[in-house]
Design a protein around this ligand. Sequence first.
Ligand SMILES: Cc1cc2nc3c(=O)[nH]c(=O)nc-3n(C[C@H](O)[C@H](O)[C@H](O)COP(=O)(O)OP(=O)(O)OC[C@H]3O[C@@H](n4cnc5c(N)ncnc54)[C@H](O)[C@@H]3O)c2cc1C
Length: 128
Amino acid sequence: MKKVTVIGGGIAGIEAAIFCRKEGFEVELISDRTYLFIYPIAIWIPVSTLSFEEAKMSLSTLAEKHGFSLTVDTVTAIHADTKTLTLEKGGIRIEEILIIATGSGKMRHPGLEHTLSICGTPEQSLQL
Ligand SMILES: Cc1cc2nc3c(=O)[nH]c(=O)nc-3n(C[C@H](O)[C@H](O)[C@H](O)COP(=O)(O)OP(=O)(O)OC[C@H]3O[C@@H](n4cnc5c(N)ncnc54)[C@H](O)[C@@H]3O)c2cc1C
């Protein structure tokens, strides 16, 4: 069975992992969070209508339900030429098929560091 590695435990990464499982691939999901954060309902956290916990879904529960494995670690580098990725804790690994679903948080527009946004890190919903 061919193996697919998905980086990112957001909606895109989970969707990709479930789809690849249905297509018969072995799937490993790598995420630096232990939970899927449900951004669309996070608008209710700053006004205390929803708790932070209620906007989280456990990735290990999703992994168990859909039959993929979960690694909680941070990807610090991806090298397409050598087909390797580097994990903060797990070190360098060779990957054959890689899906990158790390979200838009990597776009750092000038001035963004002075703002809080419901689209930012999950913790920003609490700061707001
Ligand atoms: C208030 C609000 C309302 C919204 N409403 C809707 C809606 O109605 N309909 C809709 O379709 N969309 C909606 N969206 C947008 C939607 O929530 C986002 O488009 C979606 O969450 C993006 O998912 P993603 O998986 O691409 O990214 P993210 O959710 O950002 O997930 C990225 C994942 O990658 C992980 N990650 C990042 N870097 C690394 C790394 N180096 N190593 C390991 N893991 C890493 C993160 O921990 C995270 O788990 C809304 C968003 C907001 C904020």
